[in-house]
Structures are given as structure tokens and as C-alpha cells.
Write a protein that binds this ligand. Sequence first.
Ligand code: HEM
Length: 413
Amino acid sequence: MAGSGPPAALLSPAYYQDPYPTFAWLRDNSPVHEFRFPAGDVRMWIVTRYEDVRTVLGDPRFSSEGGTWGSEEFKAAGLVSGAGSVLEKAVTVVDPPAHTRLRRLAMRAFTPRRVEEWRGIVTRTVAAALDHCRELGRFDVMEDYGGVVSAGVMGEVLGLRIERHEELVETLATVFPSDPALMERVPEGMARICGYAAQLVAEKGAAPGEDLVSDLVRAEEAGDRLSREELVALVAAMILAGSDTIRAFVGNAALALLDHPGQAALLRRRPELAPSAVEELLRYEGALSTALFRLVTEDMELDGTKLPAGAPVIAAILAGNRDPRRFDAPDRLDITRAGARHLALGHGLHNCLGAALARLEGEIAIPALFTRFPGLELALPREEIRYIDNWAMRRIERLPVESVPAGRAGRAG
Ligand code: HEM
């Protein structure tokens, strides 16, 4: 029955618009699937079943150190994250014991007191963004809401002053390209992010304040501290990992609820469902379609497929989150769903360091949008919604909406 390959080739334009049929095909027909990564034409594998995604993220034979364990062609294609910059040693791309130490020091800044303070920052930022959206009447969830909230919160939490969010977003786009023609701009994007981080670390070192970066500068455990270079790498990693992800998630969640008005109404009626709604929205369509590259450290077999040492492997998080082997009716959005844990915030050692902040932003920003605008509707035909071409990030380009008065609700978009 199955044709000779997935419905849309991996990382092709059609795949970016709708990867789910391809994920379903791969889960059933080729769960550990060999393909060629377009940037550099590198031999690679992608895993799509829930259990295999967990294994790749949790088993130490899958390393995060591309420069150490990656195949020669992987390295030659420039796919080693942060190569040649301070980010080479960032928490995202090192294995234990270096990872254990960085992670422990970083976690010292994520105290319950700080997370509670973030609640105030998020609530204020969301309220101001919604006021502005109301003034606009018709607005773009990506730009005017998700973008403003993610940049505003990240800015205040880190103590970062990037006046132009556009610039940050553009810089982020250059560091995660899928188009081979854009690979040469990656170092330039990384350098700019590192520049923002270095400036911030220098400022907070000289005059510490009440923010995450100042906490990281102060963080100490058993006499051990982060070096200047490690601080810059960590802050840069947070900027990279914590800005556009939130924007993408707010957009995906808003669209999921617009597609399921019954679920949106339930969330409005029962605000106490916000935490489970966020977990379900993360499962249904979180911000990252895949984790960062993992590299196989020794010849091995995964789910019946042989993987050679050096093999780059992509764990398809969104495919795992829609695996019917794990989730009942996985394509259905059900904000009361309980049970199996999703993989949207990762799994294992590298699970999301900013998970508490991501959840907090989701729990405040998503219900608030639908409570403030009960008559929220798409302001363009559903089929015109486009996703960016990016192998790791699942983000809508534009999501124009308008708030329709009660009597007019339900008209065609
Ligand atoms: C909805 C928003 C977010 C999503 C979906 C998300 C998702 C993820 C995932 C899947 C990973 C694991 C990647 C891998 O194993 O290759 C990760 C790691 C990470 N995230 Fe998040 N994230 C979000 C928000 C944030 C925020 C707000 C921050 C910063 C405060 C952040 C900081 C990090 C860092 C530093 C890591 C690397 C941790 C490590 O390697 O030990 N993330 N995130």
C-alpha cells in the first residue's frame, strides 16, 4: 500500500507547510529513516516514534557534541552548532561532565522566588500587549502579540535591551537555516547574538541588578563559578532558545484554539484548565518540530536500523507527540487530556532549562488572548496560513485576526 516514500520529502516546501502526513508515514514505514540533509547534502537519520525520540534524547550514546562525534561531512557542512564561537561550549551542545556543571550553576538562578517575580512581568507584558492589540482592532498574533510578549518578557527577565525585536528575530532566522544558500550567514548571526550576550554580561558584572543575568553572574556552588566566557555562552543560549520559541508557541496555540472553538470556549469558561491546556497545546503543536542534532558515539542499532558512529540523528519531537502508539487519538486537541508526557520541552539531560518560564508565559498569554477577545477570528482564509521554512522551528509567518462582536461571530474568514 505504501508508496516508495513519504507524502512530502523531508524538509521540502510541502513538508514545512504540513509535516504530519510525512511523520505518520515515517512512523509506520521507516521509523529510523535515512535521508540527506539539504544544507551540505549530509547523510542523516530522523526518528519519529515517541519511544525512539525519547531514546535519542535520553541515551548517552547520542551525544550533543557535534565537533567531537559528528561525521566528517557533518562537520564539513558547517552543521556543528556554534563552531568557532563562544557558543561551542554552550549548555545545549556539551555532554557531561561539562554539561552537569553548567546546568547546575545555571539552575541556581531559577529559584522559586524568581519564577514568582516573572509572573508579574509576564502579566504586565501580556496586559500591555493586549491593550495595544485592542487599539489596532485587526492585529497579527505573531508580530503584535507573540512577538511583543516574548521579546518583552525575555528583555525584562534577562535585563536585555534589544530595542528592535525585528533585529533579534532576523538574527535568529539566520542561525537556523535550512536553505544551503544561507549557511554562510550562520556565523554572522551567532556573532551578533554573542555580541548582545557579551554586552549584557559586562553590564551586569559591573552593576548587578535583580535579573536573571545578574543572578547567573552571582551563581556559585561549592566555590565554583561560571567564567566570563561560560556566562556569555549561557546567556546567548538563552536568547537563542527562549525568544522565538515563545512567539512560535503562542502563534501555534492561538491557531489550534481558533481551529477548535469548543476548546477555546472551554478554556474561557474554566480558567483553572490553563496548566493542562498549555501541556496539551505544547503536545499538539509546540514550537520545536525537532530537537538539536545528536551524534552517535559508537556503531549501534536503533529500532532495527543500524547507525554508524558519527551519524547525525534528528529527533522529531512533533512526530513523537502525535504517535498513536503513545497518545490516544493524537490528532485531536483535548485540553483536559491527562496521562502520557509530551516531548515538546525535550527529555533527558538537555530538557528545557527555561521550562518554568515557557509554561508561565503560555498559561498567562494564551488564555488572556481568548478572554480579552471572546469573538476572536482569523482575518484571512485558513488555507493562506504559511509556516516558515525551518527544520527545527515550527512557526507561522503571519496570523492576522480580528475580534468580532458577538452577533457577527462565526462568519466566514
Ligand atoms: C514554548 C517555548 C519553549 C519550547 C517549546 C522549548 C523547547 C525546548 C526543547 C525541546 C529543548 C531541548 C532541545 C534538545 O534536547 O536538543 C530545550 C532546551 C533548552 N531551552 Fe527551551 N523551550 C522553550 C522556551 C525556553 C525559554 C523561555 C528559555 C530560556 C529562559 C529556554 C531555554 C532553553 C535552554 C537553555 C535549553 C538547553 C538546555 C540544555 O541543553 O541543558 N527555552 N527547549
